[in-house]
Ligand binder design. Structure first.
Ligand SMILES: [Zn+2]
Length: 430
């Protein structure tokens, strides 16, 4: 019974504390290996440090078709037991839901992936290309030395190279303007923070006239950034989303109004996809109350459209802010990749959705957050989508529980996930 198997495996995974840092993902990798290996699934652990292993398992293909990876990460963010109704590492089954840290992000999908590949192995499934199960370490931290997929792509590319991948990122069922949509994450915005350095002249705060206050000068730039609106532009994902909700692709200038007209939520989803966004979030100036700052540094969270470069963004921002009075310095950017929409994997997910709920549509979205899909797209040109169907738990509740207290997943959604992954594996592998 895949349902009971997925519940049991998820409970075991939750009971292994893999809070990152320190991770200790080897516990999860070994559990999954011990589950899959006896079924004849080839398993290999890859670890940069012994306690931070990644598991890559596969059913070898006949060499006649594309490979498909079921991708997931085994680390979680931390949990404060005082905020929870149950022990966050209990894996308690209560009212048709499995509770615990990682249930949604993303040990539920880890378990569903594992049960999907295990059940296929038992049935003697021989895919055209390799079917790969990757349960990787170190996704949640996103900075410093990588022990997870970024490292695997560099150090063991042959283990993780794949044509298609299904990962986390979306799969929510939403109703917009009377239509039912399932969202599929096919692109990610690029996080490109920058700093504005504003120069002035310091002086004693009791005599403002003799100084040149860098904080006051920065304030004008901050206000100007607060008013920034980009020239709207439509990504293929945004066009696909608009077509799904409104049956047409309006000109860029009308896109926001069309989406808002369908549903205010649709408007909120479309707005950040029309161009780069800027949010000033931090400011550093004088360290003393009575010293007028001679320099002020403003940190700005900036998100670019996939494919948009920092050079292009800088031209736009300099046009907006004016040429003088500051220096603009980019900090380390990350992400910003996308996958094509016209692919066999897209069609397979579309068929699954149509069969699951007649009349429902699959709609692409570009997400603001970063996922491991980025590393596969960047290293191998993999077509990677974030899709794990969820229709029992509402997307609003799920969004509130991820990285928060009382995280849990509906058993119905877990089972639906297994069905979906088996469907996709058969569609790509046959
Ligand atoms: Zn995650």
């Amino acid at each position: 019974m895949p349902r009971e198997e997925a519940v049991g495996l998820l409970q075991e995974l939750i009971r292994l504390d893999t809070v990152n840092p320190p991770g200790n993902e080897t516990r999860a990798a070994e559990l999954l290996r011990d589950y899959l290996e006896p079924l004849g699934v080839e398993c290999e652990l890859y670890a940069r440090e012994p306690h931070r292993a990644n598991l890559v398992a596969r059913i070898r293909g006949r060499g006649e078709g594309p490979s498909l990876m079921l991708l997931s990460h085994t680390d979680t963010v931390l949990a404060d037991p005082a905020e929870w109704q149950v022990d966050p590492w209990s894996g308690e089954l209560r009212d048709g839901e499995v509770w615990g840290r990682g249930a949604l992000d993303m040990k539920g999908q880890v378990a569903a992936n594992a049960v999907a590949i295990a059940s296929l192995a038992r049935e003697g499934f021989e895919p055209a290309g390799d079917l790969i199960f990757a349960a990787t370490a170190d996704e949640e931290l996103g900075e410093g030395i990588s022990y997870g997929l970024e490292w695997l792509c560099e150090a063991h590319p042959d283990a993780v190279r794949c044509d298609y991948a299904v990962n986390e990122g979306a799969g929510d069922r939403v109703e917009l303007g009377g239509r039912i949509l399932y969202l599929c994450a096919s692109a990610e915005k690029r996080s490109s923070p920058f700093e504005l350095h504003v120069q002035g002249r310091s002086g004693h705060a009791s005599m403002p006239g003799i100084a040149d206050n860098a904080l006051v000068k920065a304030a004008a730039l901050i206000s100007r950034l607060g008013e920034f609106t980009p020239e709207p532009r439509l990504l293929p994902e945004t066009e696909g989303f608009l077509a799904a909700i409104a049956d047409r692709v309006p000109p860029p200038a009308e896109a926001l109004a069309v989406a808002q007209d369908v549903d205010p939520v649709a408007g909120e989803m479309v707005e950040p996809l029309l161009g780069l966004t800027v949010s000033p979030t931090m400011v550093a100036a004088s360290e003393k109350r009575n010293v007028i700052p001679g320099r002020c540094d403003v940190t700005v969270d900036c998100r670019l459209l996939p494919g948009q470069s920092e050079e292009e963004a800088e031209r736009v921002l300099r046009d907006w802010l004016g040429a003088d009075g500051y220096e603009l310095e980019w900090r380390d950017g990350q992400g910003g990749t996308r996958s094509e929409l016209d692919t066999p994997l897209w069609s397979a997910i579309e068929r699954f959705v149509a069969q699951l709920e007649p009349g429902a549509r699959l709609a692409p979205i570009c997400v603001a957050g970063f996922t491991d899909s980025h590393w596969l797209r960047e290293a191998f040109g993999t077509v990677a989508y974030g899709f794990f169907p969820m229709r029992t738990m509402s997307p609003e509740l799920a969004a509130r529980l991820i990285h928060s207290a009382d995280e849990r997943i509906a058993v119905e959604d877990l089972e639906l996930g297994v069905d979906f992954l088996r469907f996709v594996a058969a569609a790509i592998g046959s």
